[in-house]
Each structure stands twice: as C-alpha cells, then as structure tokens.
Design a protein around this ligand. Structure first.
Ligand code: XMP
Ligand code: MG
Length: 184
C-alpha cells in the first residue's frame, strides 16, 4: 500500500501479521473468561480505537462497548503525570465486568488513575488488557492482566498510537525517526 508516512519510520517493531495473530489469541482468552458474563469493553481513547475494533471482533461474547477519553501527554513523548478525563463515561457501570482496553501501558499513570475511578463508580471486576507493555518505564505499581507485546523504551506509533495526533492509521507498530520529533 502507498504511504505518506513510511519515510518517518525508523523500524517496524510489530508487523500487521503479528498483530492479527496476537489479537486473535487475546480474543480467545477473553472469550473463555467472559462467556455468559456480558462484559463491557471499555476503550481508552484515542489510542485504543484500532485495537478495540479488532479485539471485540476477535471475542464473540455478548457484550457492549464504551469509551472514555483521557489526556496526559499534551503532544509530548513523556507523560506529564496528570491524568484528565476529557470525555467521561456515557453510562452507568455499576455491577459491570469491565474489560479495559488500552493501547500501551507505560508509566502506569493512566491505568492506575482509571482503575480507581472505575472501582469508585461501582464496577464489579476490572480486567486490564493492553496491546503494548513498556515495563521499563513504570512508576506506578500496576500490571496488565493481559498484554499483547512487551516493547522496549522507545516511542512507538501506529495501530492507533500517535505522535502529536498523527500516525494512528499506520497498520503496524513502528518507531519514529528521532528527527521527526526533534526539538520537542
Ligand atoms: P502511561 O504513562 O499513563 O501512558 O502509562 C499511557 C498512555 O500514554 C500514551 N503513550 C504512548 N503513546 N507512543 C504513543 O503513541 C508511546 O510510546 C506511548 N507511551 C505512552 C498512550 O496513549 C497511553 O494510553
Ligand atoms: Mg496517545
């Protein structure tokens, strides 16, 4: 496929085929765990939208979907540490089994905050699913229940993940060339 963005990518970390295989596996695991439980898939916007779309189709349980949007990066590549809800839940989650769908677990700030928030809102159980895990940068004591891939300490884009809101539509996970974000 022709791509305007290919030149900005230093290397590919996870290919389209690897993503597909792993997302299907995660869907199977979630099916076994949640069949008959009517879980709520809760995506953390914007980064999770591509993963969410593939994961819910890989997991054919009766379920519904919800989104919450948070912001902590403000166009930088390092978390500011403050998590702000920019689009709140649009439904009551009391008594629901939540499957939180994240693009990447990095410092842990976002998920540590959200976990507390959802428990306070009355969720029955919380299962954290992240496509990517970057454990080297963790500052909060939090682990995913399911992680697709462990990635090294590099800023990654594609498959929903952005740099300054761009590159989300790249179909694989890649590392940007440093000159693309130099001076930021
Ligand atoms: P924390 O640090 O709160 O980060 O665990 C979670 C959120 O930060 C974003 N994030 C990234 N986005 N490339 C991205 O495009 C990265 O390497 C990266 N690391 C963290 C992401 O949106 C995630 O939800
Ligand atoms: Mg992001």
């Amino acid at each position: 496929m022709r791509s305007e963005m290919e030149n900005d990518i230093l290397k590919v970390l996870v290919t389209e085929e690897e993503l597909k295989t792993r997302v299907d596996q995660l869907g199977e695991i979630l099916f076994e765990k949640f069949q008959g439980k009517n879980p709520l898939f809760l995506g953390v916007l914007k980064g999770s939208f591509v993963f969410m779309a593939d994961l819910v189709r890989a997991c054919q349980v009766k379920s519904d979907v919800e989104f919450i949007a948070v912001s902590s990066y403000q166009n930088a590549t390092v978390s500011s540490g403050r998590v702000q809800i920019t689009r709140d839940l649009q439904q009551d989650i009391t008594g629901r089994h939540l499957i939180i769908v994240e693009d990447i677990l990095d410092s842990g700030n976002t998920l540590a905050f959200l976990k507390e928030y959802f428990l306070a809102k009355g969720a029955s159980s919380i299962t954290l699913v992240t496509l990517l895990d970057k454990p080297s940068r963790r500052t909060k004591h939090i682990t995913a229940d399911l992680a697709g891939f462990t990635v090294p300490d590099e800023f990654v884009v594609g498959y929903g993940l952005d740099y300054a809101q761009q590159y989300r539509n790249i179909p694989y996970i890649g590392v940007l060339k440093p000159e693309v974000y130099a001076g930021n």
